[in-house]
Ligand binder design. Structure first.
Ligand code: NAP
Length: 542
């Protein structure tokens, strides 16, 4: 493999577009602009490999919660036909193999510069160019700037007093060391019980001498019911490819299953229980689709919540631990619902202990471990599964400046404002793939990504065909879209989870604004198509 670090960057103004990031978004955007439109494109990627979130999140148990046959690109039938997933949910190494295969198959690497972190991007109004600077001080310029930086790529390490003095080793799941972490015989503390902590705990417990799970907010989880894909299922995929793709495009969340038409409240308790049991046995995010009103009606939601809480009590043998795990303060799926492989079962192991850090918060980290207001926990390794500065974090850590030096950080000081999550007023020719204000994280990500990339590609093609070179979201369109994002969230139970990262509530000082568009992917797709059909309504073109 050639060294993709060493190649010098193209000279200024030689480029049509620069893309930041070589994950799912960046790879497809590169292919679409370079190979479909014939543009000159450069991708800059901070990591030493392609893969984006899957490059960084190598923690034990890292696996996708979307089913493998839907967690992939659909733009190429040949690619879909030739790639075979091994399991219902792909593990991190398998997704990395897939994305590396895509990079090779479409000859993408020659346009990707690895190990190159962009620190700033400035819009030069006279030249109508974006001028970027890398950490190494190199400069590059292009007409279009497309951020493909992901929604969950800025690790949120909590600022806990004393962390610097810890005598053991600490790691964040989102920046996992490539050489791995040896847990054998070690006393491990795991902070965080979101999707990541829930995936990691069972795997760490298998080798650790002892695992202490520090839980601040208890969480729902449904079994993933992961298994190898059978020959019958593979045949089903081959026979139903078009139907599966259609379902993914037509459903609210971009998954290959449809949400039931039934209301939980219009179903008898016996029938409801049977349906929940069947959904539990089937496993996965599909549990959320058992009834149509689980995310819009609190009473309906409560039927799912109490079913899962009862399961926790059935699985976990120690009643006090079970009670703590089931003491959940938000509606089911108001936070992104985790799915697991033996998470609750893990608390039946002799080497695992659950600690309630809501009642007795972490006070500080000492040289020897974690100190809560109640006790000291001696540890050799601390694993922070404490999530991300989501959606805005990856964009705001780059110093992005638009017209008149306006910084994105200032423009978004009260929360992100953009038109469709795609374009920001004051920042011409900047496109934000799966940016805040788009469905992104509420959707099966590759579906959301492909829709954005296709829209951006069509938009740039249109501009070129019409002899135009500038597009910029209008302030009033962004205001209107922010109102629509808020209204869509308010129509659901999602804002009711007080500590949710959807609201930015997990990062101290971050504005509390519901960031993703909750009106459904299929609806959003139609809105984007209408905006384009009306000559990019809400955008100024010149
Ligand atoms: P998360 O959902 O934000 O969860 C972070 C956890 O850390 C929460 O339990 C939080 O408690 C806790 N925490 C944070 N700071 C803390 C502190 N100072 N003291 C004690 N506890 C603290 O993060 P995540 O689990 O990494 O998941 C983020 C998102 O990534 C998911 O929602 C999902 O979208 C995605 N993800 C996907 C997959 C997949 O598809 N396989 C896997 C993992 C993650 P509070 O709730 O009290 O703040």
């Amino acid at each position: 493999m050639p060294d993709h670090h060493a190649a010098s960057l193209p000279p200024p103004s030689a480029l049509d577009a620069v893309i930041i990031g070589a994950g799912f978004s960046g790879l497809y955007q590169l292919h679409a602009l370079r190979d479909r439109l014939g543009l000159v494109v450069q991708v800059l990627e901070a990591g030493d490999g392609v893969g984006g979130t899957w490059y960084w999140n190598r923690y034990p148990g890292a696996r996708c919660d979307s089913e493998s046959h839907s967690y992939c690109y659909t733009f190429s039938d040949e690619l879909m036909a030739e790639w075979e997933w091994s399991e219902r949910y792909p593990e991190q190494p398998e997704i990395m193999r897939y994305l590396n295969h895509v990079a090779d198959r479409f000859d993408l690497r020659r346009s990707i510069r690895l190990g190159t972190r962009v620190v700033s991007a400035r819009y030069d109004v006279e030249a109508n160019l974006w001028r970027l600077r890398t950490e190494a001080g190199e400069e590059i310029a292009a007409r279009y700037l497309i951020t493909a930086v992901g929604c969950l790529s800025t690790a949120n390490v909590p600022r806990i007093e004393g962390l610097g003095e810890f005598g053991g080793r600490w790691v964040h799941t989102g920046e996992w060391p490539h050489e791995g972490v040896e847990f054998t015989g070690k006393r491990v503390g795991l902070v965080g019980t979101g999707s990541t902590g829930i995936q990691a705990a069972p795997v760490i417990a298998q080798t650790a001498g002892h695992l202490t799970v520090f839980q601040r907010t208890a969480n729902y989880s449904v079994p993933a019911q992961n298994a190898p894909l059978t020959p019958e299922f593979r045949q089903y995929l081959r026979d139903n490819l078009d139907e599966i793709k259609r379902t993914m495009r037509e459903t609210t969340n971009g998954h290959p299953f449809r949400i039931s038409e039934r209301s939980a409240l219009a179903t008898t308790p016996e029938e409801r229980l049977a349906l929940y049991e069947a959904a539990w046995a089937k496993g996965g995010l599909q549990f959320r689709a058992t009834f149509k009103d689980l995310l819009s009606n609190l009473e309906a939601n409560e039927t799912a919540a109490s079913f899962i809480k009862a399961k926790i009590h059935q699985i976990v043998r120690d009643p006090a631990t079970a009670a703590l795990l089931a003491d959940i303060d938000h509606p089911y799926a108001a936070k992104r619902p985790p799915i697991d492989s033996d998470y609750f079962e893990t608390f039946n192991r002799d080497n695992v202990k659950l600690v309630d850090v809501r009642r007795a918060p972490i006070q500080r980290i000492t040289r020897t471990g974690i100190e809560t207001s109640e006790a000291d926990y001696p540890l050799d390794i601390i694993v922070f599964a404490t999530g991300f500065d989501a959606m805005t974090g990856p964009l705001l850590r780059i110093d992005i400046r638009g017209r008149d030096g306006l910084s994105l950080r200032d423009a978004w000081s009260e929360g992100p404002r953009s038109h469709l999550g795609l374009g920001v007023p004051g920042f011409p020719n900047l496109f934000t793939i799966t940016g805040p204000g788009s469905p992104s994280v509420l959707c099966n990500m590759p579906v959301a990504i492909e829709q954005h990339v296709d829209w951006i590609t069509d938009c740039i093609a249109r501009l070129r065909a019409d002899g135009l070179s500038r597009i910029e979201a209008k302030p009033e369109a962004a205001e209107d879209w922010v109102a629509q994002v808020n209204a869509a969230a308010e129509a659901t139970l999602l804002p009711q989870a007080a500590s949710s990262w959807y609201l930015g509530a997990n990062v101290p000082g971050k504005p509390r604004v519901f960031m993703p568009y909750a009106g459904g992917m299929a609806h959003y797709r139609r809105i984007c198509e209408e905006v384009a059909a009306r000559g990019y309504e809400g955008f100024a073109l010149s």
